[in-house]
Design a protein around this ligand. Structure first.
Ligand code: SAM
Length: 248
């Protein structure tokens, strides 16, 4: 049985897909999808030897090696352009995820869906999607074992849609939504802002606490860099508080 988090990722993979699961660790996600008959083909990519061996073992033991290929390599280097139509990347930071997508751009031809679950730094993932012609189509937030996760899904935008992506961020409407702008949408999630689930508030209250701690640390040192960083953190705190106040 999958964790709730991986199950929600699995639920977003269209039936009949060819999937690359990047940073697959034990290949639990592609194994589950193949066992359910939800996918016809998968590549499980791993950059680290331990998880790579674990993935190979898992695929061999479940007898799925006809469907799942386990490959060792960095990010999208493990796939050929056109080999898969869905990419899942889960359980790593958003900036690493964005850099994997950026470095692997040439492999994204023919990919229709990206299903991404950054552990932190969702903003960087949304920004990469926006700047690279991917349309964010859904966002979900969930809690499991005291941790809060977001799952972002995106589709390759048509040429016409690409021109509209920026406009979407400029004109996005949320209830009580006078207080959002593009940067705040990228930070907090356009769909998540629309829904404003209880758990989403919990996440941002806890982010505020973390930022306040960072701020007090920064105040202890008086270098130019720390003053500049403190100002940036203050701005972020103001942004978040304003949005939360608007929605409450
Ligand atoms: N995707 C699984 C999940 O969500 O449960 C495993 C997440 S695990 C915390 C992150 C995995 O990503 C690790 O196994 C790590 O080796 C792998 N990883 C990190 N950087 C990577 C990269 N550049 N390319 C491929 N895999 C990477």
């Amino acid at each position: 049985k999958l964790s709730k988090r991986l199950q929600m990722i699995a639920d977003r993979v269209p039936v009949g897909s060819k999937v690359a699961d990047i940073g697959s660790d034990h290949a639990l996600l592609p194994t589950y999808l193949a066992q359910k008959g939800q996918i016809v083909y998968a590549v499980a990519g791993e950059v680290n030897p331990g998880p790579y061996e674990a993935a190979k073992r898992q695929v061999m033991e479940t007898g799925l090696s006809k469907i799942i290929q386990v490959r060792s390599g960095d990010g999208l280097a493990v796939i050929e352009a056109g080999e898969v139509n869905v990419i899942t990347i889960a359980g790593m930071g958003g900036s690493l995820m964005a850099s994997i997508l950026e470095a692997g751009k040439s492999k994204l031809a023919g990919v229709q869906h990206l299903i991404l679950q950054p552990n932190v730094g969702e903003e960087q993932v949304r920004r990469w999607l926006l700047e690279n012609g991917w349309k964010l189509t859904s966002e979900v937030i969930l809690e499991e074992d005291g941790k809060i996760y977001e799952i972002l899904t995106a589709e390759a935008a048509s040429e016409a849609e690409k021109l509209e992506l920026e406009v979407l961020y400029q004109t996005w409407q949320i209830p009580g939504g006078v207080c959002v702008n593009k940067d705040r949408l990228l930070l907090m999630g356009p769909y998540l802002l629309k829904e404003a689930a209880d758990i989403w508030f919990v996440k941002w209250e806890s982010e505020l606490k973390k930022l306040a701690m960072i701020q007090s640390q920064l105040k202890l040192s008086n270098t130019e860099a720390s003053v500049a960083k403190a100002e940036q953190v203050s701005q972020e705190i103001r942004d978040i508080k304003e949005v939360l106040a608007c929605l409450q």
